[in-house]
Write a protein that binds this ligand. Structure first.
Ligand code: F6R
Length: 639
C-alpha cells in the first residue's frame, strides 16, 4: 500500500511527480523515489526518509549532472513512488523505482509478489543481478528477459508470471513518451489531461491536474502516451473505459471517498488480509514455512507461549492464546505488556514471547520484549511497520501486511494480527503433531478464503448502522460472549469506548450473573456474540437472563446457530439476504444480526467487522472526531 505516480506530456515531469507524491504523504511512507527520461538518458533517484531528502538529492544530482549526467529538468516522462516497506527494510536500495541490469526498464510497484523468490532464483541463475531485497525488483528483470522490441507485450508477459497483488507502472527509454501500467488487486487510476496523461494509485495525486479518470479494473493494462490512453483486459482485448469524473474534494479523496480513515481502513480489511495471508499459504492450505520465524528447528525449542501487547494488539493476542492452545496444545498466556514488565514473570528459554504491535514503537511493548529477552525467552514479533524498533529488537518477525493505518482506532491491523496468529497456531499444530494433516489443510484453505468472508461481513454495514444509531443514545453498553467470542467482545468494547465515548464493558457471558446483571435495566444495550457452535446454547441462556431484566440484546451470530435466514449450513447465501441482515424471528428485546458462515476458529476476523462498524457509526451519530479521538495518540512511545 505504497503510492504510485506517473506522467507523460509536455510539462517538466519532475515537479508533477514530486507534487503527486507529496499528495500521497498522508498515507505514510518510509522512502521515496523517481525515474525520469530526459530524451537521452534516465535519471533515477531514491532516498530513504521524507520527500524532502529526495528533493535535496535531486537538486544535487541535477546540479552535479552539469551537462554530463541526465538532465532532470528536460524530462517530460517519469514515474515516482512512496514506499511503505514490506519486503526488505526501508533503505535507499530498497526504495523504488527499480531497474533491470541494462537500465532500460524502470518499475514502481504497490502490493506483494507472492512468488518473487522462485522468480528471483530463476533470473539470478540466468545471470540477472539484483541490488535490493525487494520482491519488486524481479519485475524489471522479467521484462528485460522477455523483451523483444515490444514493451507492451513484454510487460503483459512479465505480469502474467506474477502471483499476488500488484499495481505496476513501467517506463523505458526505448519507448519515450510511454508508460505502461497494470492493475491486479491494488488500485490504479489514470488521469486524463489535454495532450498529457497521468497515473496514480490514489486520486489525491491527480486532483491538481484533472478530475477525469479511468479507474482500472482487475487485470487491466493501460498504455499512456501524451495523446492517448489505451486500456486492455488480461487477454489483451481492448476495453472501452467510461470516464469517471471525481467530484470529491482533496480531503475526501485522501480517504478514498470514505467519510473517515477509520471507515476506509475497515473496508480495506479484505485486501489487507489477502496481502498478509496469501503469500504464506498454498492454494491447498499448507503453510509455506520459508520465513525464518516459522523455522521448525527454532520453534521446536519452546514449551509455552506468552503473547505480549497493549490495547487492540493485546486483544488479538487473546485470540492467539485460544488458538495456540486449541490447535497446537501448547500452554499460552496473553498478557498486557505494561503489567508483564513489572511482575517478575516466570519466563525462561523454553518460552516463546510473541510480541504484537501495529506501530512497532509502543514503549510498554518494547519494554516487555526486553524483559522477556533478558530472561532468555525467544522473541517473535508480529508487527506491521517494517524496520520499526520492535521488528529490529525481536529475534524473528512475522509481518502483518496491513498497509499504513492512519486512524487512531486500530482495525485492519487487528484482523491481520489475528490472521498471523492463526497461521502460527496452525503451523505449530502441524509441527507438534496435534493437528492432523488433512484437518490442517482444510483450516488453511478456509484461512486463505477469509478475505471473502470479511467482504461478506462488510456487506451488512447498513444494518449495523441502524443498530449503532440505537446504541448511540445510551451512555453504557455491554458486550458478552464465550471463548473466542469473549476475546472479540473485549476488542468491541474498546473500539466503542475510544471513539464514541460510550462507557462499555465486555463480559464473559457466563459471568454476568455474578455481579454485572445488577447493571442491566430496561433498555440497556447488550451486544451478544455467538459464533461458536459448542458454546452458543449457553450464550443464548445468558441472552435470556439479560432479556428477562429488560436489557435490549443485539445478537450477532451466523444463521446456522440461530436458525434464521442468511447462509444455510451448506454455506449458501439466503435468498435475498445480505450478511448482517435481520436473522431469526426476533423475540421481544432481542434483535438478531446474521454473520457470515465461517469455520468457528476463524470467526473473530469476521465477527469483529460489525463490531468496528458499530463503534464507527455510533461515534458518527454522536458527532465525535472519529479519526482523532480525544486524549489518544496513534503510537504510544511513552510509558
Ligand atoms: C486501539 C488502539 C490501541 C493500540 C495500542 C497498541 O484502537 O489502536 O489500543 O492497539 O496502543 O499499539 P501498537 O499496536 O502500535 O503497539
Amino acid at each position: 500500500m505504497c503510492g504510485i505516480v506517473g506522467y507523460v506530456g509536455p510539462r517538466p515531469a519532475l515537479p508533477v511527480l514530486l507534487d503527486g507524491l507529496s499528495r500521497l504523504e498522508y498515507r505514510g511512507y518510509d522512502s521515496a523515489g523517481v525515474a525520469v527520461f530526459d530524451g537521452d538518458r534516465v535519471l533515477a533517484c531514491k532516498r530513504q526518509g521524507r520527500l524532502s531528502r529526495l528533493e535535496a538529492a535531486l537538486a544535487h544530482e541535477i546540479l552535479a549532472g552539469g551537462g554530463t549526467g541526465p538532465d532532470g529538468r528536460r524530462a517530460r516522462t517519469g514515474i515516482g513512488h512512496t514506499r511503505w516497506a514490506t519486503h526488505g527494510v526501508p533503505s535507499d536500495e530498497n526504495a523504488h523505482p527499480h531497474g533491470d541490469c541494462s537500465g532500460r526498464f524502470w518499475v514502481v510497484h504497490n502490493g506483494i509478489i507472492e512468488n518473487y523468490r522462485e522468480l528471483k532464483e530463476e533470473l539470478a541463475a540466468r545471470g540477472h543481478r539484483f541490488l535490493s531485497q525487494t520482491d519488486t525488483e524481479v519485475i524489471p528483470h522479467l521484462i528485460e528477459s522477455l523483451y523483444e522490441g515490444d514493451l507492451v507485450r513484454a510487460v503483459g508477459a512479465a505480469t502474467r508470471r506474477l502471483r499476488g497483488s500488484y499495481a505496476v507502472a513501467v517506463m523505458s527509454p526505448l519507448h519515450p513518451d510511454t508508460l505502461v501500467a497494470v492493475r491486479q488487486e491494488s488500485p490504479l487510476v489514470v488521469g486524463l489531461g489535454e495532450g498529457e496523461n497521468f497515473l496514480a494509485s490514489d486520486v489525491p495525486a491527480l486532483l491538481e491536474y484533472t478530475r477525469n479518470t479511468y479507474i482500472l479494473d482487475e487485470g487491466e493494462m493501460a498504455v499512456l502516451t501524451p495523446d492517448r490512453v489505451e486500456v486492455a483486459d488480461r487477454a489483451g482485448r481492448p476495453v472501452a473505459k467510461r470516464v469517471f469524473r471525481v467530484t470529491w474534494d482533496a480531503s475526501m479523496a485522501e480517504k478514498g471517498g470514505y467519510g473517515h480513515f477509520m471507515l476506509k481502513e475497515i473496508h480495506e480489511q479484505p485486501t489487507a488480509l489477502s496481502q498478509t495471508l496469501a503469500p504464506r499459504l498454498t492454494e491447498e492450505g499448507e503453510v509455506r514455512g520459508e520465513e525464518e520465524a516459522l523455522d521448525p528447528a527454532w520453534l521446536a525449542r519452546f514449551r509455552r507461549v506468552h503473547l505480549l501487547a497493549c490495547g487492540t494488539a493485546y486483544h488479538a493476542g487473546l485470540v492467539g492464546k485460544y488458538l495456540l492452545e486449541r490447535l497446537a496444545r501448547i500452554p499460552a498466556e496473553a498478557e498486557l505488556a505494561s503489567e508483564f514488565r513489572y511482575r517478575e514473570p516466570l519466563v525462561d528459554r523454553d518460552t516463546l514471547a510473541v510480541v504484537i504491535s501495529q506501530s512497532g514503537e509502543t514503549a510498554d511493548t518494547r519494554a516487555a520484549l526486553r524483559e522477556a529477552r533478558a530472561r532468555g525467552a525467544g522473541v517473535l514479533a508480529v508487527v506491521n511497520v517494517v524496520g520499526s524498533s520492535i521488528a529490529r529488537e525481536a529475534e524473528r518477525v512475522l509481518y502483518t501486511w496491513a498497509g499504513p493505518e492512519i486512524a487512531v482506532a486500530s482495525t485492519k491491523a487487528y484482523s491481520c494480527q489475528v490472521a498471523v496468529l492463526t497461521l502460527l497456531a496452525l503451523h505449530l499444530g502441524r509441527l507438534r503433531g496435534t493437528l492432523p494433516a488433512e484437518e490442517a489443510r482444510r483450516l488453511g484453505r478456509s484461512l486463505r478464503a477469509l478475505p471473502a468472508v470479511v467482504e461478506r461481513a462488510l456487506s451488512g454495514a447498513a444494518r449495523v448502522e441502524e443498530v449503532a444509531r440505537c446504541v448511540a443514545v445510551h451512555e453504557d453498553a455491554f458486550f458478552i460472549g464465550r471463548g473466542l467470542d469473549y476475546a472479540v467482545a473485549q476488542e468491541a468494547q474498546l473500539k466503542l469506548k475510544e471513539i464514541s465515548y460510550i462507557h462499555a464493558e465486555a463480559y464473559p457471558a457466563g459471568e454476568l450473573k455474578h455481579g454485572t446483571l445488577a447493571l442491566i435495566v430496561p433498555g440497556t444495550p447488550v451486544v451478544a456474540l455467538a459464533t461458536q457452535p459448542d458454546l452458543s446454547e449457553k450464550t443464548m441462556s445468558n441472552v435470556e437472563e439479560v432479556r428477562a431484566r429488560g436489557g435490549h440484546v443485539y445478537l450477532f451470530a451466523p444463521a446456522s446457530l440461530t436458525g434464521g435466514p442468511g447462509e444455510g449450513p451448506g454455506g449458501r447465501p439466503a435468498p435475498g439476504g445480505g450478511e448482517a441482515s435481520a436473522g431469526a424471528e426476533a423475540a421481544a428485546g432481542v434483535e438478531v444480526i446474521t454473520l457470515p458462515e465461517v469455520d468457528p476458529r476463524l470467526a473473530p476476523a469476521a465477527a469483529v467487522v460489525p463490531m468496528q462498524l458499530l463503534a464507527y457509526y455510533a461515534a458518527v451519530a454522536r458527532g465525535c472526531d472519529v479519526d482523532k479521538p480525544r486524549n489518544l495518540a496513534k503510537s504510544v512511545t511513552v510509558e
